[in-house]
Write a protein that binds this ligand. Structure first.
Ligand code: XMP
Length: 512
């Protein structure tokens, strides 16, 4: 039986980060609704519980709460920020609004270097972000650490099993945060840390076989990491019972279709079909310039093509998707919606329900970097696993204005130069996305003795952690200069290159 830590989600932006930190220590962890009942929780059989922070205040009337019985179970608990305040209040302690709150770095004085603070010395630098704080610990608890503004920065019960900390150990601004979580897991809760990707991989093969039985599975490959790893995983579990479909919409980057064909037909020997739908997509996009209309047409055309293909295949009961854990968590309501509200994440383009498939989602417990580790175990090439994100509507949202075969060819040629030059740059690892955008603008140039009147290409090269915010990369002029002169010299139809120096927000990463 694997060790499972349950992270109660009280709506913190950091819940997933807490889960990541725990898994990095080799302990399997799941984020659960804070409304989970004692019975439901016991079915998960957690070895420890973490109560996340959250934006609410326990002093508000309808604040998010939890099943009181859970606090009395013989399971170690770590309450973080809001989680600590809730735990204190529900057990008879007092929480009050602070005079000014505490936001940012703080130094705490530890009164006892034991338990979660084992072998740590004062002052300990931590990251605070709270308005309320505990002013009286519940009966049977003692103060474990304090700051000038927050006399109860940490508390522990007499049994040494239930801890509260007012600061955030999961963020990098708490330098010893990882050790505090480690102490909680290994010293307090007795975890062994035996969860590895190898073990997950073994278990997932068994699970796929048990779920699928003799039935057939259709897997839509998108060219991205998630669907590729899902396909490789399922293929190694059930072999030819899985048929993979790849819709070539003509909107991919140069060489991508060939790479996918080689990988999955020669290296992996999947039962794999490439549907050449390039003409269908370009026809559907003819004359369309509005970005939202383009996206809608591409989505609908994908569904039509995929449905036609699926209808022609031997009856399949399952549709495989590369849904990841963040998609699953984000589609759950932070304030306790039932787990049935989990939506299916349509990373192959939003398929209609009347296709009547059951979903097979072998990656739904994994974070993106764990998917890469699994992909490595399955022998997928690094070039695929470390691919930059690529939008579903592909190059169509990087051609401003009408998408035609000609504009696609120009953009593809310019884009591959951006890729080559940026990959050769030593700072490539810090780049989130780098690509070319074809503008519907013509400008005058001169080549040799001739006047030219040709298109402008914009370069979009950004750094980001999660695509929610992004900044343009300060590439060395030399690299920018090489990209520009190569595009102008090598790509017919382009005589000017400009660099996009907008951050997100207020701009977006893609231009459409
Ligand atoms: P924006 O342009 O909104 O993009 O800053 C944020 C991230 O999402 C990617 N993106 C998409 N991905 N389907 C996708 O799968 C889409 O329609 C789509 N639009 C944007 C974009 O490349 C960036 O990484």
């Amino acid at each position: 039986m694997k060790e499972l830590v349950a992270v109660f989600d009280f709506g913190s932006q950091y819940s997933q980060l807490i889960a990541r930190r725990i898994r990095e220590m080799g302990v399997y962890c799941e984020i659960v609704r804070h409304t989970i009942s004692e019975d439901e929780l016991l079915q998960l059989d957690p070895i420890a519980i973490v109560l996340s922070g959250g934006p609410a205040s326990v002093l508000e009337p309808d604040h998010p709460s939890m099943d009181r019985e859970i606090l009395s179970l013989d399971i170690p608990i770590l309450g973080i920020c809001y989680g600590m305040q809730l735990m204190a209040q529900m057990q008879g302690g007092v929480v009050k609004k602070g005079r000014s709150g505490e936001y940012g770095p703080a130094s705490i004085e530890i009164t006892r270097s034991a338990g979660i603070f084992q072998d740590m010395e004062s002052p300990l630098h931590v990251w605070m972000s709270h308005g309320d704080h505990v002013t009286d610990v519940p009966e049977g608890f003692q103060v474990l650490a304090s700051t000038r503004d927050c006399p109860i920065a940490s508390m522990v019960d007499d049994g040494g099993k239930r801890y509260g900390i007012q600061f955030h150990p999961e963020v990098v601004h708490t330098p010893k945060g990882v050790e505090i979580i480690r102490n909680f897991l290994f010293h307090v809760a007795g975890c062994t840390g035996d969860w590895t990707m190898g073990r997950f991989a073994e278990e997932s093969v068994k699970r796929i076989r048990d779920t699928v039985g003799e039935a057939n599975v259709i897997c839509g490959l998108s060219g991205g990491v998630d669907s590729a790893v899902a396909a490789a995983r399922i293929n190694s579990a059930i072999g030819s019972q899985m048929k993979a479909i790849f819709v070539d919409n003509g909107l991919l980057r140069k060489g991508e279709v060939d790479d996918i064909r080689t990988l999955f037909t020669e290296d992996y020997k999947l039962d794999f079909r490439i549907v050449d739908a390039r003409a269908r997509f370009v026809d559907a996009l003819r004359g369309v310039t509005d970005p939202e209309t383009k996206r809608k047409i591409i989505g609908e055309t994908f569904i039509d093509v995929f449905s036609d293909e699926a209808a022609n295949m031997e009856s399949a009961r399952f549709l495989a998707q590369g849904t990841l854990y963040p998609d699953v968590v984000e589609s759950q309501s932070a304030h306790g919606g039932p787990s049935s509200t989990i939506k299916s994440h349509h990373n192959v383009g939003g398929l209609p329900e009347d296709l009547n498939f059951e979903l097979l989602e072998p990656l739904r417990e994994l974070f993106k970097d764990e998917v890469r580790v699994l992909g490595r175990e399955l022998g997928l090439p690094e070039s695929l696993l470390m691919r930059q994100p690529f939008p579903g509507p592909g190059l169509a949202v990087r051609i401003i204005g009408e998408v035609t075969e000609e504009s696609l060819a120009v953009l593809r040629d310019a884009d591959v130069i951006v890729q080559e030059e940026v990959m050769a740059y030593e700072g490539y690892g810090d780049i989130w996305q780098s690509f070319a955008v074809l503008l519907p603008v013509k400008s005058v140039g001169v080549m040799g003795d001739e006047r030219t009147y040709a298109n402008v290409v914009a370069l979009r090269i950004v750094a980001s952690l999660d695509a929610m915010t992004a900044d343009w990369v300060k590439l060395p002029y030399e690299v920018l200069g090489n990209i520009s002169s190569r595009i102008i010299n090598e790509v017919r139809g382009v005589n000017r290159v400009v660099y996009d120096i907008s951050s997100k927000p207020p701009s977006t990463i893609e231009w459409e």
